[in-house]
Design a protein around this ligand. Structure first.
Ligand SMILES: [Zn+2]
Ligand SMILES: [Zn+2]
Ligand SMILES: [Zn+2]
Length: 204
């Protein structure tokens, strides 16, 4: 009785913390490998445990799929001091460690994760386009035509306009540097999720 309950608990525990039902199915492949397939209907994930009764001892490998894509692969081992633990790797490189412990009324699972920060993709910072200048780093200044010669640079009698000395401008067009971004066009922000380290740990 104890063994059966423990096994169901162990394979079900990984999804037990999530809401929605789970289905546990056991099969044997044509090569004689035993598989336990746990489907969690809430998250749409399916976790497959392959039990290898191998030459070098028992080993259980795990494969988690979602919508037909593999999202995680791992290995289940017996802990040195009892209990069972799983080391796995997600497709994005995140390392996952789960410890399973059987309790009197319920089973427990503790999860540790570490990897690249998802929020900033491991960069630690975000560069955001400056909203003040739209990423240009400067503002265009239109300039003002010389009113004395209507911007032609010459008076009616053909003489050079004394107001603009012939260039037609009262104020030449130009640009001014955006002060909000110091002319760079971007704002660099530190990632709040990882405090700029680019790494992710759960629990912290
Ligand atoms: Zn980050
Ligand atoms: Zn002029
Ligand atoms: Zn700017």
């Amino acid at each position: 009785m104890g063994r059966g309950r423990k096994e169901t608990g162990f394979f079900g525990t990984v999804f037990a913390a999530l809401t929605g039902g789970t289905t546990v199915r056991r099969t044997t492949t044509w090569t004689g490998k035993k598989k336990t397939i746990v489907t969690h209907w809430g998250s749409g994930k399916t976790k497959e445990y392959t039990h290898n009764d191998g030459f070098f001892g028992n080993k259980t490998t795990t494969k988690t799929t979602k919508n037909g894509h593999v999202v995680e692969r791992g290995e289940v081992k017996k802990g040195f001091f009892g209990g069972t633990y799983e080391t796995a790797k997600k497709v994005d490189g995140t390392k996952v460690e789960r410890n399973y412990r059987s309790g009197f009324l319920t089973d427990y699972v503790t999860t540790k994760q570490s990897g690249t920060c998802h929020a900033c993709d491991g960069k630690g910072t975000f560069s955001k386009q400056c909203s003040a200048c739209g990423g240009e780093g400067q503002f265009a200044l239109a300039g003002k035509c010389c009113a004395n010669c209507a911007g032609t640079g010459l008076l009616i009698d053909g003489r050079v306009c004394p107001g603009c000395r012939g260039d037609g401008w009262w104020e030449k067009p130009g640009s001014s540097l955006c002060r909000a971004c110091d002319g760079s066009g971007v704002h660099i922000e530190t990632c709040r999720k990882c405090s700029g380290s680019g790494l992710y740990h759960y629990p912290r």
